[in-house]
Design a protein around this ligand. Structure first.
Ligand code: SF4
Ligand code: SF4
Length: 359
């Protein structure tokens, strides 16, 4: 397992140019230097040199990050920011009481059991298509879909009308919550488990309707099948959708959904839709997993800002492509003053399930 010391050269690559400040949603909101990677690297540089101790205050600023990756995309030094923050978190919690508590709560006995119990209550059936399947898809359900089954139900409904064979396996969590909290041992264990299932299963694609799961599976780097977000898959196959009434829509792009062009293609493939891009459509909704718990106030502010931008387009429906972002948008709407017209918030799968899909 790598330690922060292993990233010393990477941390030194930070030229303090400040370009990350221009894109970091938290820096824009707070103006706090320690909220953005530039400031965090000043602290972590002190830690690797032995001038500072990795203490509670530094941990607080490591936690003050959405892991949205915007700074990574814009960093001229190409620093893998999120990888360094995860490692710093791991170094901080290992051998502490907090670390032991996190390991216990995220263990198979507790975390997996809780997700399985809820998942079994919410189990949805897939009706196989009557058309002869042209491709086989392996469905990576993700924990959010086990807990809130709506999106999965809709994905299965759409696929039951198309010539694709959907298979399911008993996957574990993709590992995002484990990596974010510095529990890298558990992350490596689920990565090994999930990769083995994917690599041994005969299928054309692995699909998931959670942007974070798709991004994390791609991060595994040891998988021998293409990983696609469900929307990307539909766009690739050029599936069209017929809606029986007109909808004004806008779209929040999840931080981890890289292929925005696929979303635009699917929206263009939906008859009867009027799409308006909201300002800052690709800025984090504020939910960002445990950030919503550890940084409550900032999370609420970012979600409210997102809804303000969405409402400026006067939509009937605010769409996204990640169950966690649905929660972020819902949080933002909850804390926004009600107006005469309150748009619905939907995952793309729910919206597309309103339509008749065809090839
Ligand atoms: S953009 Fe990259 S190099 Fe520039 S200050 Fe931020 S982290 Fe450092
Ligand atoms: S990952 Fe996002 S929130 Fe975290 S420092 Fe980079 S831009 Fe800011």
């Amino acid at each position: 397992m790598k330690t922060l010391k292993d990233f010393e050269n990477e941390i030194n690559k930070c030229s303090k140019c400040g370009l990350c400040q221009a894109v970091c949603p938290l820096y824009k909101l707070t103006g706090n230097d320690c909220a953005v990677s530039k400031g965090k690297f000043v602290m972590l540089d002190g830690v690797v040199k032995g001038d500072l101790t990795l203490n509670k205050t530094i941990d607080k600023y490591i936690e003050m990050c959405l892991k949205c990756g915007k700074c990574t995309d814009f960093c001229p030094s190409g620093i893998n920011v999120c990888e360094i923050f995860k490692t710093a978190k791991h170094d901080y919690i290992k051998n502490t009481k907090t670390g032991k508590l996190i390991s216990f709560l995220q263990s198979e006995k507790v975390f997996d059991k809780a997700v399985d119990i809820i998942g079994n209550l919410n189990k949805t059936k897939h009706n196989t298509t009557s058309k002869s399947p042209v491709k086989t898809l392996l469905f990576f359900k993700g924990c959010a879909n086990k807990v809130v089954p709506n999106s999965e139900k809709n994905l299965k409904h759409i696929l039951s009308q198309l010539p694709y064979n959907l298979i399911e396996k008993d996957f574990k969590c993709c590992g995002v919550p484990f990596a974010s909290s510095g529990n890298l041992e558990r992350y490596e264990a689920v990565k090994k488990y999930n990769s083995q299932i994917i690599n041994e299963t005969e299928c054309d694609y692995v699909i998931t309707d959670c942007a974070s799961c798709a991004a994390e599976l791609s991060n595994y780097k040891n998988i021998n099948k293409p990983i696609l977000n469900f929307v990307e898959f539909l766009a690739q196959e050029n599936i069209k959708f017929k809606l029986d009434k007109k909808y004004k829509i806008t779209f929040h792009k999840p931080c981890h959904l890289k292929n925005y062009e696929a979303v635009k293609k699917i929206i263009a493939n939906c008859e009867n839709t009027e799409y308006t891009q909201m300002p800052d459509f690709d800025t984090c909704c504020g939910f960002a997993g445990q950030f919503a718990i550890t940084n409550r106030k900032l999370s609420k502010e970012l979600s409210k800002l997102k809804i303000k931008n969405a409402l400026s387009t006067n939509p009937d429906i605010i769409l996204t492509a990640c169950p966690a972002c649905v929660a972020g948008l819902t949080q933002g709407m909850f804390y926004t003053k009600k107006t005469a017209k309150t748009p619905k918030i939907m995952n793309m799968t729910e919206f597309l399930a309103l339509a008749n899909p065809y090839l």
